[in-house]
Design a protein around this ligand. Sequence first.
Ligand code: HEM
Length: 391
Amino acid sequence: MQLSQDVMTANPHAVFAAMRQQTAVAEIPLGDSGINGYLITRYEDAKRALTDPRLAKGPTNLIMPPEMVKAGLSKHMLSADAPEHSRLRKLVSLEFTPRRIEALRPRIQQISDDLIAAMAAKESADLVDDYAFPLPFQVICELIGVPMIDRDDFRSWSNILLDEFMVGTPESVAAAESMESYIQSLVARKRSEPDDALLSGLIQASDAGDKLDEDELTSLVFLLLVAGHETTVNLIGNAMFLLLQRPEVADSLRENPDLIPNAIEEFLRYESPVKTATLRMAVEEVEYGGVSIPAGNLVFIGLMSPNRDESVFPEPDAFDISRTEAAQHLAFGHGMHFCLGAPLARMEARIAIGGLLSAFPKLRFAAAESELAWRPGMLLRGLQHLPVQLS
Ligand code: HEM
């Protein structure tokens, strides 16, 4: 089955549903690269693929444009295979601890309250620009211990690098250069002026004498800054989009906030912030659902598609915050690359959505749904803007 970027952006669910029906592995055209892309569409296959060592991350660097494999941006755990992956994740986990994340709770509440107060001064707002983006971005900056300066620059570099698949344009080369030198200067500053935030801890972190080198630190900060906000902004934005479509569900969450945690799992399942896992390459021939993927080809493991697989989620296109199996979604991945930030993302989403619902009981769309645009590309699922009427 062929796949166009436009259809993927506008209505990926219909495309994925047709694919799941037809085949366990859909072919994806990758232009003139001579390499084929294969998308794994079904739940059990995707789960198995996410733990399959024959689908490796490292070799994808061989075919990526050079700006994507800059030493200072790509030497992180999400582009590493075992055993290097465990080494990097272990060093990071020494500092990225549940205690450090839990300690952020009051600060996240404060950031959410401040953003809500700023919006409350207006009649209308853009829930993406005014809330869903700044909240996780500020949280991840404070967690790492980097200043909020250059937020707009950072956001635009990050968007350029993530929205285009296998970029190689002058803009993406420039974005990668700027990103790398910006992060290198942050790391250098922390070396000379340590504090008690995460980055200073990571500079010191040592496992039996093993430490993160300079490129690994830069790459890790890049990964955390990008993964820490590009995804969570979509979770908060997509959740609010679903609730604006369903005022009665929003009301029931207002009346009974205890329902919010399971509702978040259903938001993650139903409108997954990440459409496909990051790229893997088949290092030997593999077979999924009777379809063979020859060695040397790229594999996209679906996350959004499996999350609507009817064999696991009955009536998958029905949005239901009381679904008992919602948390089985693959929105945070599975296996060794399972999202390191999942507890943080869940905490942010609970505070963000709960706060917004109780502050604005009359929240409604300020644009026709047909005017809302989704971000392009194979990787992310999120709205560009979400205009709302607040009162
Ligand atoms: C709703 C929000 C989020 C979603 C949906 C999400 C999704 C994911 C997914 C699907 C993966 C695995 C990708 C793969 O296997 O190719 C992943 C990995 C990762 N995520 Fe998240 N993420 C979110 C929030 C965060 C946050 C807030 C942080 C950091 C503070 C974070 C840090 C990471 C890191 C470091 C990895 C790599 C883990 C590894 O390779 O071992 N994520 N995330």
